[in-house]
Ligand binder design. Sequence first.
Ligand code: BDR
Ligand code: CA
Length: 314
Amino acid sequence: MKKIPVILDGDPGHDDAIAWVLANSRPELDILAITTIGGNQTLAKTTYNAGRIMSLIGLDVPYAAGRSKPLFCDLIVAPSVHGVTGLDGPELPEPERVIVEEEAVELIARLLETSNEPVVLVPTGPLTNIASLLLLRHDLKEKIKHIYMMGGGITKGNWTAAAEFNILVDPEAADIVFRSGLPITMAGLDVTEEALVYPEDIERIKSVGNDVARVVAGWLEFFYQFHQPLGYRGAPVHDAVAIAAIVRPDILMTREMYVEIELCGDFTRGATVGDYYGLLGQKPNATCIMDIDRVAFIELLIDSVASYGKGELR
Ligand code: BDR
Ligand code: CA
């Protein structure tokens, strides 16, 4: 089978971690590298977490630390959602691999340069690394096949009334990415808040019985504890939807849209303003995922953890 080369860029983070568990279990994906970004926690913490996740799932690829700060503003972190470590909950193995000396943007650039075919980027945190890459290495744009990203929301925000966390952390970076002309698939809150893992699904995941399943169930329990008092029926596994978009587009409902990033609004900075009805007459710049077959998504997650086999950590 011809594999799709992908680079996973995130700020793990419980849902980033589950996205990477899913990606690593899919035979059609060839993960070239993991890169990190400050977001859910500081860059040092998200990078350490990336190494721990890679040890858990036996992912042995280069990984690099990215930008510690947004392009023009101060970093916002989310300890209320992901804990002081950025990945509170079950115990994890220590990182086995050492991060490469290159910075994330340099590593991505080198991999794009040397790849025989265009590569898919999957950012699941603030878009600072991706925007920096586009600014610094415009010449490599044609080596980027597609960006599948988690961020934004056409109909709502989750960190302010208008803005979703990843976009709010670095709106200028998001603006650069959305204006790039590259094919973008946006897994925003419209769909990711429907990608809920219910308590009974968590039990099914736990009962798979291997170490990866137990840890994923623990992450979901931690994540649900934060979301339940806010009225969520389950844990929203936002970032995993970006991977589902690559491997199971058939379970998603999408709409092509022209999306602009609000940079200035007093109440709306970081909003992804989607022209749902095409009122502006602009060519769509994003495929926005609007809904998901939740049951099929849960089966996808269960198949993924089951693929790690029984028993010991890989
Ligand atoms: C996004 O923000 C982070 O907290 C999650 O990891 C996800 O990428 C959801 O708004
Ligand atoms: Ca994330």
